[in-house]
Design a protein around this ligand. Structure first.
Ligand code: HT7
Ligand code: ZN
Length: 884
């Protein structure tokens, strides 16, 4: 395996200006004819033409119509004698879509053809300069059996279509926009489409189509509505219009990720596309809206302006995640619903990116090296990358950010560029701003891995009526980066009186207070900020809205946190206070090794949240949900997953018992009459009702009460939508109630023909909190279930990843059986689909922090995987990094 370095970037020796592709589609052996127009890159020294190609069978190579000699070395096809002048290159090759279980390149799924070319899948279709800085104009002719593949799609506009001999037909497509090969796509199959015509602000008409398998059409309404909302939003917020006459979206059930932004032909995992109230939860509806938006937004941030090389991946991914997060917030509506979105995003960041940043695979937002680029589609590149973009906006303001983005497109439309180009455009559009004056320092967010720690301590001087806030930052060492330099950390803050009143913020040297909230910028290792005119000691509310992706140690007491929980104007920090209060108690129990006993101050604070007449249900649900076990583990130097699980279970069961009457009240008060809509208010109510029900069923397991398990079972049977049905089923299963078994059997029987719902059935069992080894045993047994297969990524993830990545107490077993299971599954998956295997391999990223006996057992399992000689480069890189 070769280590690729960012600093070794060289421009390509040749440009490919146009490509004419002809596909004679056959599942067993597809014939690909590629006619390209090439020219030498004058800026690069003369040399051979080296094309990428993998798993291909080359039939002929012609230059200007004449056969030429070529060599094949590894994954390259090399032509030594190439004319200096522009020339035509024709290559004919075959590939085998039916055998392509890696789902990269051209493959079949459910009898139809699909492609996935990002990052390096195009080279598994034909020989090419498969790198994002080579942008060409594509014309694509598809030929296939008409009865089996009545729909033939590719990027851009349909030029022609018609019948051929032998029951075959053709379609010819042309994409007028130059694009890198990773944005190429084709689809051929027996599909049907929901269609909608829209007119954009410029008065242009566009055809929107969502293609799915017959029978799934009624599940595409939400995706279509989400697409229309995305088009409207991008024009209104950033002035970015739809630039194609036709925009197509296609669903496929075998897919490695959520979706793919191919120009004009987005391809979606059906899990990120199909929804009906009966089969999808509120969370599914929200996820679909956000992924449809994300892929659509890529049309500008990724497709019109793309990445020069894969190290710049966050240029498009961080920016596009930021855009989809902003979209979801704008769609959610009022301040409270926006805060709920923000809390959910931060919770996800902390659950996945923070552990990554302190584990074996830690890497900067713009990595410096990789072996396998597929391993770098990570929470760091995506979610931390989005936080970096959010900080630009915080530092230059919303209007300044919009100006910056406009300049970025003016400068770079049609180009393949770098994160530096993006930073330069935002800064140039905002001269003299808090960003432009510190740009070099700010860019350390791209180059330094690790989550900075910020310590904040305040000293109140009663005589001077000042409050001196001292902030210190420190970024711990990460693999390959021992010493870090200070980063630019925008800290949004407010000060509250002990009674909870917001205080005016006036810094020493200022004539007057500048409102009740402001952003101060920490850009040195240590800085102090003196606030004046304060009549009493304030309670600081720092890092409001999570204004930077850091770990904050503010040293606040329980009393301070209770003030924030009750009164902070910033809903994010109110939620943060609830989590901190819970976390402090759980950590104290785990650290001391004693049984957790919740105190009445905490219980009453939680009761007050639950009973609060003005707080939204969605917020209450988030505040009353305890921190995840993975996030708790992150706070500890030595991690005992069983001790953490025991403390969390104790906290849940005590909250369930102590607030029983309030849970009943919350359950009853949050019932929704009438039809289902996935709007934020209704989904918030359903979330709180589901939480309440789970607490009541949990408490029943303790008390022996049969009423609430019975009610849960009834609700499970009668539910009119999947959110309530799955909520009731989860309540029974997670509490290990007796009624869980009949409910699981009934659920399977009801939905046995709906793969996405059966994925939920597997996932629920994969994530069931451990009790006496039953959950682990259940997962092992389920691998033998007739519906289980490792070949479908959704199914593999639903069971195996649920256990290994999201169920720590069932996975980390003293007898090491969880790790043995992990090793077996990684190896089995690697032979089928290296990308999915390598994601599962990452379950061991944090093994060095485990307490004994887990640590030694984990190491043994990792070594067992490492010992396999023919591991994919994907898994090899992850395993090697774990062992470094
Ligand atoms: N840009 C897309 C990335 C993607 C992908 C990458 C590697 C292997 C398979 C893949 N499928 C999609 C997804 C996105 O960020 O929108
Ligand atoms: Zn993306």
């Amino acid at each position: 395996a070769t280590l690729i370095r960012r600093e070794d970037y060289c421009a390509p020796a040749f440009w490919i200006r146009t490509v004419d592709l002809t596909f004679d589609l056959d599942p067993a052996k597809t014939l690909v004819t590629s006619k390209m127009q090439l020219e030498r890159n004058a800026a690069v020294a003369h040399g051979a033409l080296r094309l990428h190609g993998e798993e291909l069978n080359v039939l002929r190579v012609l230059i200007n119509g004449e056969s030429v000699s070529f060599r094949q070395e590894g994954h390259e096809l090399i032509i030594d004698n190439v004319p200096d002048a522009d020339f035509a290159l024709e290559i004919r090759n075959t590939c085998a879509p039916d055998k392509n279980t890696a789902l990269s390149g051209l493959y079949t799924s459910g009898g139809s053809f699909f492609t996935q070319c990002e990052a390096e899948g195009f080279r598994r279709i034909t020989y090419f300069l498969d790198r994002p800085d080579v942008m060409a104009i594509y014309t694509v002719l598809l030929r296939a059996d008409k009865a089996k593949f009545p729909v033939l799609l590719s990027n851009g506009n349909l030029l022609d279509s018609g019948d051929l001999d032998n029951g075959r037909h053709f379609a010819k497509w042309h994409d007028p926009f130059p694009k890198p090969s990773y944005l190429f796509a084709l689809v051929a199959g027996d599909l049907v489409a929901r269609e909608q015509r829209v007119r954009t602000r410029a008065g242009k008409d566009h055809l929107l189509q969502v293609f799915v398998r017959r029978g799934d059409l009624e599940k595409t309404e939400h995706a279509m509505n989400s697409l229309i909302a995305s088009i409207v939003w991008d024009e209104a917020r950033f002035g970015l219009p739809l630039d194609l006459e036709r925009f197509m979206v296609v669903g496929v059930s075998d897919f490695n990720m959520g979706a793919m932004e191919n120009k004009g032909l987005n391809i979606f995992n059906t899990s990120a596309l199909l929804a009906s109230p009966a089969t999808a939860t509120d969370a599914d509806f929200a996820r679909i809206e956000s992924i449809v938006a994300h892929e659509y937004f890529h049309n500008w941030t990724g497709n019109r302006v793309t990445c020069r090389d894969w190290f710049q991946l966050s240029l498009k991914e961080g920016l596009t995640v930021f855009r989809d997060q902003e979209f979801s917030m704008d769609m959610a509506g009022g301040a409270s619903a926006r805060a709920v979105c923000r809390i959910q995003d931060v919770r996800a960041l902390r659950a996945s990116q923070f552990p990554e940043d302190s584990g074996a695979m830690a890497h900067p937002v713009r990595p410096d090296t990789f072996v396998e680029i597929n391993n770098f589609y990570t929470p760091t590149v995506y979610e931390k990358g989005s936080e970096v973009v959010r900080m630009y906006q915080t530092l230059v303001g919303r209007a300044g950010f919009e100006k910056g983005l406009k300049l970025y497109f003016e400068r770079h439309d049609g180009q393949a560029v770098t994160c530096d180009d993006f930073a330069a455009a935002i800064a140039a559009a905002n001269p003299g701003s808090a960003l432009s004056t510190r740009l070099d320092n700010f860019k350390r967010w791209y180059s330094q891995a690790g989550t900075p720690r910020v310590q904040a301590r305040g000293v109140y001087d009663a005589a001077a009526q000042t409050y001196t806030l001292t902030l210190k930052q420190h970024n711990p060492a990460t693999p390959g980066q021992e010493h870090k330099l200070p980063q630019v950390i925008p800290v949004a803050l407010g000060l509250l009186s002990a009674e909870g009143q917001a205080l005016p913020l006036q810094l020493q040297g200022e004539d007057q207070a500048a409102g009740l909230e402001r952003v101060i910028v920490l850009d040195e290792a240590e800085q102090s900020f003196v606030f004046t005119n304060l009549a009493s000691q304030p309670v600081p509310s720092l890092l409001r809205g999570f204004s930077a992706p850091v770990v904050l140690d503010d040293g606040l007491s329980d009393a301070d946190l209770l003030v924030l929980l009750q009164h902070d104007a910033d809903a994010f920090n109110r939620w943060e206070a609830s989590q901190r209060l819970a976390l402090n108690r759980i950590l104290a129990a785990v650290r001391s090794g004693s049984a957790l006993q919740l105190d009445s101050a905490f219980i009453e604070a939680m009761r007050a949240v639950l009973r609060h007449p003005e707080l939204d249900a969605a917020f209450k649900d988030l505040a009353l949900t305890l921190p995840g076990e993975g996030y708790i583990a992150e706070q500890l130097e030595v991690v005992d997953p069983q001790a953490i699980h025991a403390a969390v279970e104790a906290a849940r069961s005590q909250l369930a018992q102590a607030l029983r009457e309030d849970w009943i009240e919350a359950f009853e008060a949050n019932q929704i009459q009438g039809g289902y809509t996935p709007d934020p208010v209704s989904s918030g109510k359903r979330a709180l009702a589901n939480l309440a029900l789970s607490m009541l069923v949990l408490d029943a397991a303790r008390s022996g009460d049969t009423v609430w398990p019975g009610r849960a079972y009834q609700r499970f049977k009668d539910a009119g939508n999947m959110t309530e049905r799955l909520g009731a089923l989860s309540a029974l299963v997670n509490a290990h109630a007796e009624l869980a078994e009949p409910a699981l059997a009934r659920f399977h029987e009801l939905f046995k023909d709906d793969a996405l719902v059966i994925d939920k059935w597997f996932a629920l069992q994969g994530r069931t909190p451990e009790l006496d080894g039953k959950s682990f045993a259940r997962v092992k047994q389920l691998t033998q279930h007739p519906d289980f297969t490792l070949k479908n990524p959704n199914r593999a993830r639903s069971l195996i990843s649920s256990l290994c990545m999201f169920n720590p107490a069932a996975f980390h077993r003293a007898d090491a059986a969880g790790y043995v299971f992990w090793a077996e599954q990684v190896l089995a998956l690697d032979a089928i689909n290296p990308q999915i295997a390598s994601r599962l391999a990452r379950a061991m990223d944090r093994w060095t922090t485990l307490a004994q006996p887990y640590r030694s057992a984990a190491l043994e399992a990792i070594r067992r995987v490492a010992a396999k000689p023919d591991l994919s480069s994907d898994v090899r890189e992850v395993i090697d990094r774990a062992l470094e």
